[in-house]
Design a protein around this ligand. Structure first.
Ligand code: NI
Length: 181
């Protein structure tokens, strides 16, 4: 099934999410549905809070960047209980958007590389270094599990300028080409 995507202002986007174990009901189906939901909304990442579930799970699809970045080629993955335990000192700006903040795109500063431990959909453990576009997407999705969205990372002045637009969005004034709630 395709889930409606929760929009800025919803409580689920602000609550920290909880870790899950292999007993989580119908996890395989949920992951499949999250890939479907992300795909139909043309997103490159989707975190469980964005479909109203406060669990530590997200999916990413970096394949659109496969031409520029070899690591992104056919890169579609699910991440469970991730933990970013190291970030690079070096940071860069990158223009981000979010399915939960339709129509908004802002330059966000983040570390260029991260080390992250996580479980895949079979609960196999991984510990990897990520750079480039994957590091960007993973940090964005990870933030969702912490109850953060990308506008939280903007300079205070920029955030102030976006305040009314965000308020309007939270009251239902936005356009999205996908199902929302
Ligand atoms: Ni997002």
């Amino acid at each position: 099934m395709i889930y409606p995507i929760v929009i800025f202002g919803a409580e689920a986007l602000r609550k920290p999410s909880v870790a899950i174990d292999p007993e989580y009901p119908e996890l395989k189906k949920l992951i499949e549905d999250m890939f479907l939901t992300m795909g139909q909304a043309d997103g490159c990442g989707l975190a469980a809070p964005q479909i109203g579930k406060n669990i530590r799970l997200f999916v990413v699809d970096c394949s659109a960047w496969g031409e520029e970045d070899e690591n992104c080629k056919d890169y579609r993955r699910a991440f469970i209980n991730p933990e970013i335990y190291e970030v690079s000192e070096e940071t860069e700006l990158f223009n981000e958007g979010c399915l939960s903040l339709p129509g908004m795109h802002e330059d966000v500063r983040r570390p260029i590389a991260i080390k992250m431990r996580y479980l895949d959909e079979n609960f196999e453990e991984h510990d990897e270094l990520f750079e480039g576009f994957r590091a960007r997407v993973l940090q964005h999705e990870y933030d969702h599990l912490e109850g953060k969205v990308f506008t939280d990372r903007l300079a205070p002045l920029r955030r102030q300028l976006l305040k009314s637009k965000l308020l309007a969005m939270s009251k239902g004034k936005y356009r999205a080409a996908y199902k929302t709630k």
